[in-house]
Design a protein around this ligand. Structure first.
Ligand code: BMP
Length: 226
């Protein structure tokens, strides 16, 4: 239940860095998330070499937050290079926003993942005050998943209690941001997103560290689920 965030550091060849880690991990994780650092640096075309033939989750994390028509254009471009899931902010609202994006996602076969809460403290300032409304939007458009923080398991529990098993919960914050592996899964998440705790180690150790993390997830899950 592990998705790896591939956010290359500044001083590297981002394309090479991402490709090496993708190759090292592709058979042991459920998917990858590529965000702005790699895409701003190199665009998207090179990613079709990776995701054109990949059958796991290939998540484009541009955290879209625009009018619906412009998010829809972006989603179609991302689909063309092989992404099969995209993340957007729920806060843009339903009408002519998320409703339009959700329609193109359905048409193009893209999984839509809406941000309803974030892992950093600042999420409490504005975003978390509206979690209920964001969950309503996710349910209304039949979103495949939502993003919720491993750093605040009570938020995950709350979301799970509201959405039942209809919506996947994808949870960042494990590792460098402080949450222990398995915490979010125990609270009700379906996937934990882990970046730097795995990817910023030596390339030769990346696989070993991912395995160890998967083991820690299993251990914690067996403790909390019995
Ligand atoms: P790391 O494990 O290195 O902290 O990476 C977490 C990843 O999850 C990053 O790619 C970040 O953009 C993403 N993320 C997050 O940390 N918190 C959120 O609330 C939403 C995210 O997408």
């Amino acid at each position: 239940m592990l998705i790896v965030a591939l956010d290359p550091p500044l001083n590297v060849d981002a394309e090479k860095w991402v490709t090496q880690r993708y190759e090292a991990l592709r058979d042991i994780v459920k998917g990858f998330k590529i965000g702005l650092p790699a895409i701003v640096k190199h665009g998207t075309n090179w990613l079709s070499k990776l995701f054109g033939v990949y059958d796991g989750l290939a998540i484009a994390d541009l955290k879209l937050a625009d009018i619906g028509d412009v998010m829809a254009l972006t989603a179609a471009i991302l689909r063309n290079v092989g992404f099969n899931a995209i993340i957007a902010h729920a806060f843009v609202g339903y009408e002519k926003g998320i409703d339009v994006l959700a329609k193109i996602c359905e048409k193009e076969g893209i999984k839509l993942i809406l941000v309803v809460s974030m892992s950093h403290e600042g999420s409490k300032e504005f975003i978390d005050r509206h979690i209920d409304e964001f969950i309503d939007i996710a349910e209304r458009v039949g979103s495949w998943g939502v993003v919720a923080p491993a750093t605040r398991p009570n938020v995950i529990q709350f979301i799970r209690s509201k959405v039942g098993s209809k919506i996947k919960i994808v949870s960042p914050g494990v590792g460098v941001q402080g949450a222990e592996p398995g915490t979010a899964l125990c609270a009700g998440a379906d996937y934990e997103i882990v970046g730097r705790a795995i990817t910023y180690s030596d390339l030769g150790k990346v696989r070993e560290i991912a395995y160890a993390l998967l083991e820690s997830q299993k251990k914690r899950l067996s403790l909390c689920r019995g």
